[in-house]
Design a protein around this ligand. Structure first.
Ligand code: DHB
Ligand code: FE
Length: 289
């Protein structure tokens, strides 16, 4: 049986990718951001998963206004890297896990969540920046990411976006799917995006530290209640792009204290810093008890 051992949550600010790629990590502004991931890089090396199920959002790189799936699961063997803004990052292609991804699609769709199956998809900073933050410098011998990744794209760009409740319940269905896979894989689930930020309109630059920290507290301690928060509260309190945070509820719903009566997860790491570019950076690592 495959099992989810831990969940990781992190912001995906594109300027972090540019800072890494342009050798700016030692600059005081960026040093403060990257210091929050020193523990995490060691942690990931020690607890290297067989597969990462990575919940992220596309920023009009793979999808456009022509077609907008609410939930899209990547079932491909590999994914090319692309981006807006600074352009494609100089990082390796992302290897997929078609067998596990197809199994999850089968199970989750039969569990009444209508996923879009994606056999070809480019991945942008929403996926590559969390990987870079957590993996650090790649093994020079292989020059590859440490393990296969199943990309799971959520629409948080074009309204209407999925509710927190639906994301949380989807996480539960993903846990069930992974548990019923017939190979003893160690799987991590990552929820990415956020925290508070607004890139447009009169409120551009909005950051809400108190709200963000309360979100982290509640994600740990009362995720089912947090999942009831309507999307308009995210927008009002955390800015128009703060809605990216609903994706964290997918990863949280996949942890074993939900439904299974298990102990709450162990908080292995928690970090919060303002600002990185226009965004509040939040990061959590939760380990299943
Ligand atoms: C920024 C943050 C994002 O989440 C994004 O997708 C693009 C830009 C920013 O802070 O600049
Ligand atoms: Fe974003």
């Amino acid at each position: 049986m495959a099992r989810i051992t831990a969940s990781v949550y992190t912001s995906h600010v594109p300027a972090i990718g540019a800072a890494l790629d342009l050798g700016k990590t030692a600059e005081p502004y960026w040093q403060k951001v990257f210091s929050g991931y020193d523990f995490s890089k060691q942690w990931l090396k020690q607890r290297r998963p067989d597969v990462i199920f990575l919940v992220f959002n596309d920023h009009a790189t793979a999808f456009s206004l022509e077609m907008i799936p609410t939930f899209a699961i990547g079932t491909a063997a590999e994914y090319a890297v692309a981006d807006e803004g600074w352009g494609p990052r100089p990082v390796p292609k992302v290897k997929g896990h078609p067998e596990l991804a197809s199994h999850i699609a089968q199970s989750v769709i039969q569990d009444d969540f209508d996923l879009t199956i994606v056999n070809k998809m480019d991945v942008d900073h929403g996926l590559t920046v969390p990987l870079s933050l957590m993996c650090g410098a790649l093994d020079p011998a292989t020059g590859a990411w440490p393990c296969p990744v199943i990309p799971f794209a959520v629409n948080v760009v074009q309204y209407p976006v999925p509710s927190g409740r639906r994301c949380f319940n989807l996480g539960r269905a993903i846990r069930k799917a992974i548990k019923s896979y017939d190979e003893p894989l160690n799987v991590q689930i990552w929820g990415t995006g956020g925290m508070s930020h607004q890139l447009q309109g009169p409120r551009a630059g909005l950051i809400n530290k108190d709200w963000d920290n309360r979100f982290l507290d509640r994600l740990i301690a009362e995720p089912a209640k947090l999942a009831e928060m309507p999307h308009i509260d995210y927008v009002r309190e955390a800015g128009s792009e703060g809605i990216e945070l609903v994706m964290w509820l997918i990863a949280r719903g996949a942890m074993s204290d939900i439904d299974e009566g298990g102990a709450p997860p162990k908080v292995a790491h928690r970090f919060y810093h303002v600002p990185a570019s226009n965004t509040a950076v939040g990061h959590l690592i939760l380990e299943n008890a």
